[in-house]
Write a protein that binds this ligand. Structure first.
Ligand code: AVJ
Length: 376
């Protein structure tokens, strides 16, 4: 019988998380058996990587969706980026979360069900889980299965009684999460659904796509959900460009890894030496763009097709939109959400938005700019 610790994926296979430690196994054994979920997501994986790349390279401005940066190596490199000096978003967001976890926990109430979108290493989640009053379940959703497995492996031993239900896939494509209904049915006193979407990942969507995503979250999370979104609000190119083009070259390697992945998985012959990483700030759209710029003309073959690159042209690999406070408020409202709390770091670069569905929303109850240390 299934012990509740399952990894659900697009491919509909349900696998037990491999070899838990003795304490973790004991914690897992205490979990209520979990009903098998039906498979609501499109079968995708390799097929859509292939079609996204083929379609993206056929456009006048070649472009590949940034989701594909996150194979196992890409997830590792992103984790390294979060530790480079110039990349302030993670540092500033962690500062905020350390300060506001208590109040978010008060808003969430006991027995919360935490759903994390693009969970990566789950490092920030621990701040949240530590502060919550006996959280009931944690559903991390990530596109990199191996990385997800590694990241959640030790959680059951750290949080006894927490049901950890990892889900492999593209969170932007979720229409329903059957796990939520099952959890609710299994519990006579179910807690609030807390959707955790940190890291400014929302900035990787165009504003219209972000609105569509916010609406979809509202639909599957329900009218009493709490949505915590971390978003970068920095507008200064002098801070932004180094953050996306660090001196150590970690971001460059992260970007170039996409070509390594394409060569390996789609049997392509990109000459990596001809490409360099570039970060650009588009002031009109208020976004940082990552590009892979080719220095000389090249013919690239992939899956039996041929693609021509002119010297100097680029593949656009990521957008990272930066939302001012009013811009984000407007975006959230279009998506059906309003502020319950808003937390801003001392440098005023990053914001943690705590949102509620508009029907049940009050006016912004808490609006806090954290004080710089020396001002306290
Ligand atoms: C995925 C949103 C956290 O856009 O800042 C970091 C990805 N790209 N450096 C971002 C990223 C280049 C990152 N997030």
């Amino acid at each position: 019988m299934d012990n509740g610790l399952v990894l659900r994926s697009f491919t509909a296979q349900r696998r037990a998380v491999p070899r838990l430690g003795a304490r973790a196994a004991a914690a897992a054994a205490r979990l209520v058996p979990f009903a098998p979920a039906r498979e609501p997501w499109p079968r995708s994986g390799a097929a859509s990587f292939e079609s996204d790349v083929l379609a993206g390279l056929a456009q006048p401005q070649k472009a590949i969706p940034s989701t594909w940066l996150y194979d196992h190596r890409g997830s590792e490199l992103f984790e390294q980026i979060t530790r480079v000096h110039e990349y302030y978003p993670t540092r500033n967001e962690l500062q905020i979360l350390r300060s506001c976890a208590r109040e978010i926990s008060d808003a969430a109430g006991p027995r919360a069900v935490v759903i994390e979108l693009g969970s990566g290493s789950s490092r920030k989640t621990r701040l949240l889980l530590d502060a919550l009053d006996t959280p009931q379940a944690y559903l991390p959703i990530d596109i990199s299965e191996q990385f997800l497995r590694e990241s959640v492996a030790e959680l059951p031993s750290l949080y006894a009684g927490l049901r950890v239900l990892p889900i492999v896939g593209d969170f932007a494509r979720i229409e329903t999460l059957p796990e939520l209904a099952v959890l609710r049915a299994a519990d006579s006193d179910p807690g609030r659904r807390v959707v955790f979407f940190p890291g400014s990942t929302i900035g990787n969507f165009t504003p219209d796509a972000a609105v569509a995503l916010l609406r979809r979250i509202r639909r599957w999370a329900g009218p009493d959900a709490l949505l915590i979104v971390g978003a970068d609000s920095t507008q200064d190119p002098a801070a932004l460009i180094p953050a996306y083009d660090d001196r150590e070259g970690v971001t460059a390697e992260f970007n170039l890894n996409l070509l390594v992945r394409i060569n390996r998985e789609l049997m392509a012959d990109f000459d990596l030496d001809a490409f360099r990483h570039e970060a650009r700030f588009d002031a009109q759209h208020r976004r940082v763009e990552m590009h892979l710029v080719i220095s000389r003309a090249q013919q690239v073959s992939m899956l039996g097709r041929s693609f021509h690159f002119r010297a100097g042209e680029s593949i656009h690999t990521e957008n990272s939109y930066k939302y001012s406070l009013p811009a984000f408020q407007q975006l959230a409202a279009r998506g059906g959400w309003a502020h319950a709390q808003r937390w801003i770091d001392a440098q005023a670069r990053f914001v943690v938005h705590v949102l509620e569905p508009i029907a049940g929303a009050r006016a912004c109850a808490t609006d806090v700019r954290l004080m710089a240390r020396d001002a306290l």
